[in-house]
Ligand binder design. Structure first.
Ligand code: AMP
Ligand code: ZN
Ligand code: FE
Ligand code: FE
Length: 274
């Protein structure tokens, strides 16, 4: 019964709607999925409802973009109460910050002689979780760059001229927020963040798992994190980080799944916590 615990919809920077993802999940034989949009939980309700129709279990999920002075860290949350008022209030603040940031990126692009309008970006992103990939798509559609790689290296990357940071939580704040809303916090793709020394502090804040099965990870990296999970008594999760068929990434839904046993452990942790 294959499972994928890391999927993005068009409510953040994926290209498919939550319903389309559920339908696709069924078509490719996934039995359980978690929708984990960046800083946005608006797709959960509709995904859960359509999951019932399609016979796909939908676990509530989120992926927080967080930062400390040394690294960008993504924190996944599962099984939280997606009606929790504190969670919704903080997400509202993060989303406002993301919208303001788009206007600033547009200004900086203008200084570079690149003319696009903020509304062209919002037309594809909506006003909840707009991000750099949406800006990249507009740049590509208007023929101003040829692909994602060029959009990021010329304009949007951390050191590129149109880079703008946005309001983010600290990693430990995201962990605490997920925990307070009844969820299970998991360190997303730790190989990418490359800051294992944060794990003890995040555990003190309530971290319960590591996302270890991730596309492109080498066997030695997986072994390293399995050993860390064992040492710290952390759950092991995984997912594809699917962003849609038109996202500039090659991977297809259903190509990267994790064993039932891991999902059962995650579910049991949630049941125990309640
Ligand atoms: P944002 O949250 O708006 O800062 O955008 C972050 C997202 O941009 C990440 O989740 C990636 O999907 C994407 N991204 C970041 N760097 C690159 C890059 N160099 N090439 C393509 N996509 C990237
Ligand atoms: Zn993304
Ligand atoms: Fe991520
Ligand atoms: Fe992701």
């Amino acid at each position: 019964m294959p499972t994928d615990l890391h999927i993005h919809s068009n409510l953040s920077d994926g290209t498919e709607t939550p319903e389309e993802l559920v339908k696709l999940a069924q078509a490719v034989g996934l039995k359980t999925i978690a929708l984990t949009d960046h800083d946005n939980i608006d797709g959960i309700e509709v995904a859960m409802v359509s999951g019932k129709g399609y016979g796909v279990e939908v676990i509530p999920g989120i992926e927080f973009t967080t930062e400390n002075p040394r690294a960008e860290v993504h924190i996944l949350g599962y099984f939280f109460d997606h009606h929790d008022s504190e969670l919704l209030a903080i997400l509202g603040k993060i989303q406002e910050g993301r919208v303001d940031r788009i206007y600033k990126i547009v200004e900086k692009l203008k200084e570079q002689g690149v003319e696009i309008a903020a509304d062209e970006i919002f037309a594809i992103s909506g006003k909840k979780s707009p991000g750099r990939p949406h800006v990249a798509r507009v740049l590509i559609a208007k023929g101003l760059v040829t692909n994602f790689k060029e959009a990021f290296s010329r304009y949007l990357d951390f050191r590129a001229p149109a880079y703008v940071p946005h309001y983010r939580l600290l990693p430990a704040e995201a962990v605490e927020l997920i925990k307070k809303s009844g969820g299970i916090p998991v360190f997303a793709h730790p190989v990418i963040s490359n800051c294992d020394d944060l794990i003890p502090d995040l555990m003190a804040a309530g971290l319960r798992g590591l996302e270890i099965y991730y596309p492109g990870y080498y066997a030695d990296q997986i072994e390293h994190y399995l050993a860390l999970a064992k040492k710290h008594g952390l759950l092991v999760t995984g997912g594809s980080d699917y962003h849609g068929s038109n996202s500039g990434r090659e991977l297809k839904l259903g190509e990267h799944t994790i064993p039932d046993e891991l999902v059962d452990k995650l579910r049991n942790e949630h049941i125990r916590g309640n």
